[in-house]
Design a binder for this molecule. Structure first.
Ligand code: E4P
Length: 218
């Protein structure tokens, strides 16, 4: 399972990239706004830190303008994945950019039918939003499982299922159980994944016993 980090904060990305766990980054207009930076600058900087795909989302809503924005974003660096919303114009843009060899991440996916459309449009990634479905009383992980199963029936579909809107580490476990290819998570969730009280307790005991031996390894 690949891990993407869902943030436009460069310092966080730099820190987490050093762990060796980060395969890519996703951003969206809200995250860019929160960073307070210009999209073209921040995306280029992130692409230079993380070699994997960095999703940069278009802001236009009609096909011609989306295509122009998508081409501009894709031209920034070779590892940009252009993010488009799951609308008719977004999927048309996805098809046009994918036909040109650009990776596209189709975002704001909330149903299996939408994910089938994204695959037919040649998306490299489809992003079903787990947390936002949970928020309205639907099971976001069930949607991930359903899309993974449907895609398995069609080996010609190359689209990877990218579990998005991840809120806590159990979402990662559950998305992995049902076969999501990728999960994108806020930095805090990746940090939480390392934690277990028995790890801390066990390490403290080992270190205390080791100190009693008076030995050193190097
Ligand atoms: C990622 O591509 C999405 O933009 C992101 O995961 C949305 O997460 P949220 O529902 O926590 O805003």
């Amino acid at each position: 399972m690949k891990f993407f980090i869902d943030t436009a904060e460069v310092s966080e990305i730099r820190d987490l990239a050093a762990t060796g766990m980060v395969d890519g980054v996703t951003t969206n207009p809200s995250l860019i706004a929160r960073s307070g930076r210009r999209i073209l600058d921040v995306i280029a900087e992130i692409c230079d830190i993380v070699p994997g795909p960095v999703s940069a989302e278009v802001a236009a809503t009609d096909f011609d303008a989306m295509l122009t924005e998508g081409r501009k974003l894709a031209g920034l660096r070779s590892n940009v994945a252009v993010k488009v919303p799951l609308t008719p114009a977004g999927l048309r843009t996805c098809k046009a950019l994918s036909d040109d060899g650009v990776k596209v991440n189709v975002t704001l996916c909330f149903s299996t039918n939408q994910a089938i459309l994204a695959a037919k449009a040649g998306a490299a990634f489809v992003s079903p939003f787990v947390g936002r479905l949970d928020d309205i009383g639907q099971d976001g992980i069930d949607l991930i499982a359903d899309i993974v199963n449907v895609y398995r029936e069609y080996p010609l579909f190359r689209t990877e299922v990218l579990a998005a809107s991840i809120r806590h580490p159990m979402h990662i476990t559950e998305a992995a159980r049902v076969g999501a290819h990728v999960a994108t998570m806020p930095p805090a969730v990746l940090r939480q994944m390392y934690q277990h009280p028995l790890t801390d307790k066990g390490l403290a005991a080992f270190l205390a016993d080791w100190a009693k031996t008076g030995q050193s390894i190097v």
